[in-house]
Design a protein. Structure first.
Length: 318
């Protein structure tokens, strides 16, 4: 089996040290490993043209408005398509994974719609990919990092919540800092071993990580308050807290598992319903509007566009 490691961190930095430690462990289990550094890839930001969205919805082979030779997106995606396991490693930048990773994931938009499309590209209809994540952070400013990293990792494998393990370490601000933390290095090797154990099967991926305290699906801990209930910010599964005698949350009674999350047929239907009448089930290409609505949208856009011209960037010569 092939396992790809992607690092969004510095060259031979903390993310990369832990990622490669995990990949070494994967290789020891008899699998093929490869590695790429996101900084080597020039990826243009998504322009919101939605070419990929509509191709995906009409079950046509997905591509972006940018062609192969316009940037390095397809070259990267080809490597993701060809892997059966993925480890995504990234530092915390402003509470989140770096924007560079966000740029990649935005470009995946339509590609993430359908695992079957990815499997078609990989030539294996039954293929399911397992993922693991590694997050490193300088300080305690990291609350959104791992949950978002887990989400990005699953988006990369076409919105499948196949998380096997997650490793998160803080207090490593300096370049290579993690090298002096043998326990963390050991934990990275364990992550690699755990991922390797989940490769090549066709059944559900088993979560083997050790942060089981919050969401039962993505095992993250960002909950949002929604309609008087708690809900996982990543998976959109709702639940109600059970309070103990000290007024603390004892546990959360969740509505269910992956079958009621956004990573399911149920979630897909909910997603489409949330877009209102603009998206019809039978509609394959483009949004649906009445002639009157089209006129209002056109006139409003024209009016808004003619009010205030954007200030364009100014480049001063050296
Ligand atoms: C632009 C920037 C923003 C950062 N923001 C945070 C942050 O919000 N929270 C945090 O804990 N560390 C932050 N850091 C520190 C990095 O997460 C830390 O140095 C990490 O070890 C870098 O990983 P790397 O060596 O794999 O690149 C930031 C670093 C940079 C360069």
């Amino acid at each position: 089996m092939k396992v790809l490691g992607i690092s969004a961190g510095r060259e031979a930095g903390n993310s990369e040290i832990l990622l490669k430690t995990a990949l070494e462990a994967v290789e020891k289990e008899g699998h093929e490993v490869s590695f790429l550094r996101l900084h080597d890839y020039n990826i243009k930001p998504c322009t919101g043209c939605e070419v990929c969205t509509w191709l995906g919805r009409s079950n046509q082979p997905i591509h972006c408005k940018y062609k192969w030779d316009e940037d390095d997106f397809y070259s990267l995606m080809q490597q993701v398509d060809e892997c059966q396991g993925l480890i995504l490693a990234a530092p915390a930048y402003h509470l989140l994974p770096p924007g560079l990773l966000g740029v990649l994931v935005n470009r995946l938009h339509g590609f993430g719609y359908s695992a079957s499309q990815a499997n078609k590209r990989a030539g294996d209809p039954k293929l399911r990919r397992a993922v693991a994540t590694i997050g490193v952070a300088g300080s305690d400013w990291n609350s959104l990092q791992v949950p978002v990293l887990n989400f990005y990792a699953t988006e990369l494998i076409c919105s499948q919540m196949n998380l096997v393990d997650q490793l998160f370490t803080t207090g490593v601000p300096a370049l290579g800092n993690v090298a002096i933390k043998p326990d963390v290095l050991e934990r990275a090797a364990l992550l690699g071993k755990r991922l390797a154990s989940q490769l090549g099967d066709s059944g559900p991926v088993e979560y083997l990580g050790d942060r089981p305290e919050a969401c039962p699906i993505c095992h993250s801990d960002i909950l949002v308050f929604k309609n008087g209930r708690l809900s996982c910010a990543i998976c959109d599964v709702a639940g109600d807290p059970e309070i103990d005698e000290n007024g603390k949350i004892k546990k959360i009674r969740w509505d269910g598992g992956i079958e009621v999350s956004r990573f399911s047929m149920f979630g897909g239907k909910k997603h489409d319903e949330a877009m209102g009448d603009a998206v019809k089930k039978t509609q394959k290409m483009g949004y649906v509007f009445t002639e009157e609505d089209k006129r209002i949208i056109k006139e409003t856009r024209e009016r808004i566009n003619s009010y205030l011209t954007p200030v364009k960037p100014e480049r001063k010569a050296e």
